[in-house]
Structures are given as structure tokens and as C-alpha cells.
Design a protein around this ligand. Structure first.
Ligand SMILES: O=C(O)c1ccccc1NCC(=O)[C@H](O)[C@H](O)COP(=O)(O)O
Length: 240
């Protein structure tokens, strides 16, 4: 059986690796240097890094140079997220040499542009479906942006290669992933899904790995690693 990919997360705010609760600005716990965190996950055996520019997502500036520095220092695959919304931010993200980018707000606010870049860049583009219930949220998850399943159908028809699905209510809470949401999204698309938000234990990862046959390809893990609920080595062993 295909194994679940694990993507340890490094979310960057004001130059620091941080964790948020429900993705809300102001709930940061700081974990120091993003480069050190990313190198630690690489040393522990990660094949992927999920790297987020939270300032760009919230519109409070950006960490573009630092994100490029971290990405270039990695020997592993990097997924970049946060504030990639136009030609300039997409070009800067792709110029880092990342494996793919994750678009969020743009898929809700500028769908024509997203259709164009999907057509141009294929599987270098993933779309983040960040939801409360079945309502999508954009602008750093602060504004409603339409219905999950209508948007999913539109993006599927435009050839979107992959989705990163986050239940915002679970994100950063260590309350476990929303498996029903993942099942429901997988039932509506044949594109691979990366699960994000809420992982708290190795059993949570095993439960997500149980959805690989339905279309879940990977799981992003943030808070649980920083809170030392388990090590990345243990997580990789649990899903191998
Ligand atoms: O990814 C974004 O663009 C983003 C925007 C605004 C707030 C948060 C954002 N991402 C957060 C993440 O991707 C988390 O790192 C990930 O969901 C891990 O969650 P958890 O394991 O619950 O810490």
C-alpha cells in the first residue's frame, strides 16, 4: 500500500517559527529559528517540509527572504504556503526552488488567475481548502470565501492537481484531525488530498493513513511535533 507522506510544518511570523491556535493572529507560541526547525525535521528523516509565511497570509508584511533562505537550504521537497496571490508572489515562491506552492485566498478571490496558473504550472500548484464547517476562509483564514464543494468542483474542472484540506477549528489544537471532512472531500474529487490541522498522536496519523486508499496522500504535522507529543522519527515509522 502507498504510504502516507508526512509534511512537518514550519510557520513563520516576524522571522520566528511559531504555532497558532485556529490559525488566529495573536495566539503565537514561538519556537525560535525557522531554519533550525526545518533542518531538524530534515535531519529526522522528513521527505517534505510545509513552510508557511504567516505575515504574507495575514497581510502584515512578509518573510520572503527568510522563506527563500530556508527553502534553498533544504535537500528535501518543500511546499510553500501563505500570501501567494499574484504573479509577483508566485514568481518569488517558485524562484526559491520549492517543489510546489499552496494557494488559498487567490482561489477564492481571483479564480481566473488561479485557473491560468494551474494551466501554466500543473502539479507545482496545490490549492488550500481551509474551512470552518463547509465554508472556505481566506485572507489568513479571517474572511469567508464561499462553499467548499462548489469551489472544489470548479477547481477540479480547471485541472487543479492537489488539495491541502484544513479544518480551521482543529488547527493547532491537538484535538485530532477531522476525518469526516477528509472522507467527504475525497469522495468528491479524484485528486490527492493533503490533510492538515489537529494531529495530536501517532494514532491520529495511523487513522489518516487509513484514508490513503480513498485519496489522502499526506498529512501536515505542526503543533504535535513542537509540543513533543511524538518525534518525527516515530511518526515516520508509524506510517511506513
Ligand atoms: O497555510 C496557510 O496559508 C495559513 C494561513 C493562515 C493561518 C495558518 C496557515 N497555515 C497553518 C498550517 O499550515 C499549519 O502549519 C498546519 O495546519 C498544521 O496544523 P497543526 O498540526 O494542527 O499545528
Amino acid at each position: 500500500m502507498t504510504k502516507l507522506e508526512l509534511l512537518p510544518a514550519v510557520d513563520v511570523r516576524d522571522g520566528q517559527a511559531v504555532r497558532l491556535v485556529h490559525g488566529e493572529s495573536g495566539t503565537e507560541t514561538s519556537y525560535g529559528s525557522p531554519l533550525e526547525a526545518a533542518l531538524a525535521w530534515q535531519r529526522a528523516g522528513a521527505e517534505w517540509l510545509h513552510l508557511v509565511d504567516l505575515d504574507a497570509a495575514f497581510g502584515t508584511g512578509d518573510n520572503r527572504e527568510l522563506i527563500a533562505e530556508v527553502t534553498k537550504a533544504m535537500d528535501i521537497k518543500v511546499e510553500l504556503s501563505g500570501g501567494i496571490r499574484d504573479d509577483a508572489s508566485l514568481a518569488a515562491a517558485l524562484a526559491t526552488g520549492c517543489t510546489r506552492v499552496n494557494l488559498g485566498t487567490a482561489a477564492l478571490e481571483t479564480p481566473e488567475w488561479v485557473a491560468k496558473v494551474i494551466a501554466e504550472h500543473g502539479d507545482k500548484i496545490a490549492v488550500g481548502l481551509d474551512v470552518r464547517g463547509t465554508t472556505l476562509r481566506g485572507r489568513g483564514w479571517t474572511r469567508d470565501g464561499g462553499d467548499l464543494y462548489e469551489t472544489l468542483a470548479r477547481l477540479d474542472s480547471e485541472g487543479c492537481a492537489r488539495y491541502v484540506v484544513t479544518d480551521i477549528a482543529k488547527d493547532g489544537t491537538l484535538q485530532g484531525p477531522n476525518l469526516d471532512l477528509l472522507r467527504n472531500v475525497c469522495a468528491r474529487t479524484d485528486r490527492p488530498v493533503v490533510a492538515s490541522g489537529g494531529v495530536s498522536s501517532l494514532d491520529d496519523l495511523r487513522a489518516i493513513a487509513g484514508l490513503v486508499p480513498q485519496g489522502v496522500e499526506g498529512a501536515i504535522v505542526g503543533k504535535a511535533l513542537y509540543a513533543k507529543a511524538f518525534t518525527l522519527e516515530e511518526a515516520l515509522a508509524a506510517v511506513s
